[in-house]
Write a protein that binds this ligand. Sequence first.
Ligand SMILES: *Cc1c(COP(=O)(O)O)cnc(C)c1O
Length: 394
Amino acid sequence: MKNEKPSIMRPVPLPASASRPVVTPLSMSVVYASDTPDMLDQQYDGDLQGYTYSREGHPNADVLGGLIDKLEDAPFPGVVTSSGMAAVSAVLLGLTKAGDHVIGGNQLYGRSLRLMSEDLPRLGITTSMVDPCDVAAVRAAIRPETTMILVEVVSNPTLRVADITGLAALAKETGVLLVVDNTFTTPRAFKAFDAGADIVIHSITKLLAGHSDVMLGYVAANTQELADRMRVFCVTTGMSPSPFDCWLAERGLLSFELRFDRAQSTAATLADHLAGLDGVKRVLYPSRDDHPDHARAAALLNGQFCNMVSFEMVGGRKSANAFTRAAEGLNFAPTLGDVGTTISHPASSSHRALTEAKRAELGMSEGFFRISVGLEDPKTLCDVFTAAVAASQG
Ligand SMILES: *Cc1c(COP(=O)(O)O)cnc(C)c1O
């Protein structure tokens, strides 16, 4: 075989087309070629718009980020990250320093709680976990070195609604940043910046993308300075998202509002249905009169009560096992926001590290389940729950 000269590999020219794609092109390129060193200088200086290296940014992340900015009314472009936890980390690690004190809601997402209780203290950042429904308690926890308060609007899994109005006023008065993880509520139910949040976080993985096939996060801030610091931290620590994930999430996001409205309306129906079943001790859903934060939810969530329903059945682990086994067609899986309804069991998943006594104190017995309502026909879904609850009490 004769020795051929190596060919010029790239770029491979695209076929000409007078028409345009209607779908956002997927740009998997890690590197972007510039014409000259002068141009590259201008790109790095920000005088010329252009991509260089995909950890630093790429078109699919910017397209997705722009769509979420619009949903959230974000004052400055947000950062898309490789997961929701990367977004939480960008805030908690990227904006703090040794000596700071951070307050977190006492029912935060499990990994956020862990970051606050295990990792921040290791780095010299002290933390306090406080009930975000109790503004007086949060006020009492504020110290001279407190720099931020991180809360979720609706807590997991007891669906308590934080007093965001009170917390926003407190944060403003004391000069502390209010950080809102808006994953459960989404901008459809809660506009966090309008409500006074300084920083808004999302796990795009959940309702925004909505199909359990992509893991991504988002964080935006109400000043350019905070937004820049988080963006630089994410690029430096490699929290950057994959273009393909961003492309998938963009596709999911196109139907987000329709999915949310449908899932929420079914959730309200299912909550009332569950409350009428034998063997069900209590149902937690914020639109119900018997929910402890009903009035606040009605005022804060603009008539939207989200797609999460929690309930407690009579019986222990044996009944719980019988229930998930009998819940035909529903996945028993610790996630939320999928097109299909999923059931989770805090005692064996998110809250398994707690003692039974501690769980009881939080109102999470073995019979406690959290449902992320999906897009099934409401009547069919109610029938599945009727049968599964009956089987559990068998
Ligand atoms: C899932 C979740 C996260 C973490 O998001 P990932 O995409 O799984 O990393 C953070 N906050 C809340 C409220 C969540 O539900």
